[in-house]
Design a protein around this ligand. Structure first.
Ligand code: F6P
Length: 319
């Protein structure tokens, strides 16, 4: 394979730039031409495609977001939009694509595979919701951003002797809440995968208060059925402790990627290009037990994620 494209799609994630850099520079070192596709599948449909050189990815490894921009393309899932995307791939002579994104983006890649385009899927999402890989690019940075917010929240909530419900992102996956909750010493972690027990949360707040705890922290994953505001209202009513809500929002999607995310992005980006060079069929690339690996893209997307609920119990024991 001589000519490939790279795109980022869906929600941006810190480390996407490191992945683009790895793809571009590995391709050049393998004597391949590499094209950056802007705004994900939307840019593919519009033909927003430009040749990338060594210096086009200079000075980006430390930057959050994505220099290629990203989008959630509605048109790509229409027959006309999809056909236009295929036409562009042909017009630009692209023989394979590297797609950096989450579940929806890699599923888009699978559709291209079915139409005969080899696609390498790189896990790029803060949500950590792809079952085939232990970790996704961006997750570690986001957890660290949440931890830094927890530090600030602790200062003010202990001064005021409050309970704080901290809502974090993750869509239907509770991993951001789970990891940040455990690492940040939260009393309770609520995730969509496990039903909440309100009485036990209230009991914990009251017991904590009686033994001199000056604040309580509850990590709430956005996918939990009961909203963070409703939860805070009920907790305040039942415990008598003033309860505030913090919705962290997009702060947790930006920022300079951690070393771990840069490493992961660089390694999976490199593997993707090597596979395309060897004319491999479509693969999903990820990390398992510290080893970079690849597997059939379709099989990877069929896998079901199971939350590690032992981490919730551990957070509760240790808080
Ligand atoms: O998938 C990443 C993510 O940040 C989710 O955690 C969140 O639910 C969603 O994207 C927000 O999407 P948007 O940027 O479209 O508001």
């Amino acid at each position: 394979m001589k000519r490939i494209g790279v795109l980022t799609s869906g929600g941006d994630a810190p480390g996407m730039n490191a992945a683009i850099r790895a793809v571009v520079r590995t391709a050049i070192s393998e004597d391949m031409e590499v094209f950056g596709i802007e705004r994900g599948y939307e840019g593919l449909i519009n033909g927003e495609i430009r040749k990338m050189g060594m210096s086009s990815v200079g000075d980006i490894i430390h930057r959050g977001g994505t220099i290629l921009k990203t989008a959630r393309s509605e048109r790509f899932i229409t027959p006309e939009g999809f056909q236009r995307a295929l036409d562009m791939i042909e017009n630009f002579g692209l023989e394979g694509l590297v797609v950096v994104g989450g579940d929806g983006s890699l599923t888009g890649g699978l559709e291209l595979t079915r139409a005969g385009v080899p696609v390498m899927g790189l896990p790029g999402t803060i949500d950590n919701d792809l079952a085939y890989t232990d970790f996704t690019i961006g997750f570690d940075t986001t957890v660290n951003t949440v931890l830094s917010a927890i530090g600030n929240i602790r200062d003010t909530s202990s001064s005021h002797e409050r309970t704080t419900v901290l809502e974090v992102m993750g869509r239907n996956c509770g991993d951001i809440a789970l990891y940040a909750g455990l690492a940040g010493g939260a009393e309770t972690v609520l995730i969509p995968e496990v039903e909440a027990d309100l009485s036990s949360i209230c009991r914990k707040i009251i017991i904590g208060k009686n033994r001199g705890k000056v604040h309580s922290l509850i990590l709430h994953a956005e996918g939990v059925k009961m909203s963070s505001r409703e939860l805070a209202r009920i907790l305040e009513e039942r415990t008598g402790v003033e309860t505030k809500v913090v919705v962290l929002g997009y702060i947790q999607r930006g920022g300079s990627p951690t070393a771990r995310d840069r490493m992961l992005a660089s390694q999976v980006g490199y593997r993707a290009v090597k596979l395309l060079k060897e004319d491999s069929s479509s693969r999903a690339i990820g990390i398992r037990g510290n080893e970079i690996f690849d597997m059939d893209l379709e099989e990877a997307l069929k896998m079901q994620r199971i939350a590690d609920t032992s981490l919730i119990r551990l957070a509760e024991i240790l808080a």
